[in-house]
Design a protein around this ligand. Structure first.
Ligand SMILES: [Zn+2]
Length: 125
């Protein structure tokens, strides 16, 4: 391996490490996160004589719910309107976490390729 490509590889490895550290920092800064979606739902009440049981347009609501899955079972968490922003924010944090994990993994694969080249070049010398 030529000196120039060795230096280039070393620079790539350094920049991989810097990008990895900065993405890790973004994970550290995450707030509470929660998988799911916040939905508005119209509901039937407990009174069989109520119009909501005959006419879907006369159902009560909208009521807010946070829906997510735990061990393949859907959980519907009823939310007061003033609480919904907390869950919406947590859902955004969760999506950010997933995106960061994806970016960290792709970067790791690139970084591992660079590191592997460096290790192999040392082996040949
Ligand atoms: Zn009703």
């Amino acid at each position: 391996m030529k000196a120039t490509s060795k230096a280039r590889l070393a620079a790539l490895i350094l920049s991989d490490a810097q990008r990895f550290a900065s993405l890790k920092q973004e994970i550290v800064q995450l707030d509470y996160f929660c998988k799911g979606t916040v939905l508005k739902r119209m509901m039937k009440c407990g009174h069989k004589q109520c119009a909501c049981h005959r006419d879907p347009a006369k159902r009560h609501g909208p009521y807010l719910e946070c829906t997510y899955k735990v061990r393949n079972k859907t959980v519907n968490l009823k939310l007061y309107p003033e609480v919904a922003p907390l869950y919406r924010a947590a859902i955004l944090q969760y999506r950010k976490l997933k995106s960061l994990l994806g970016r960290l993994e792709r970067l790791s694969r690139t970084a591992l390729t660079h590191r592997a080249k460096q290790v192999q070049s040392k082996r040949r010398n």
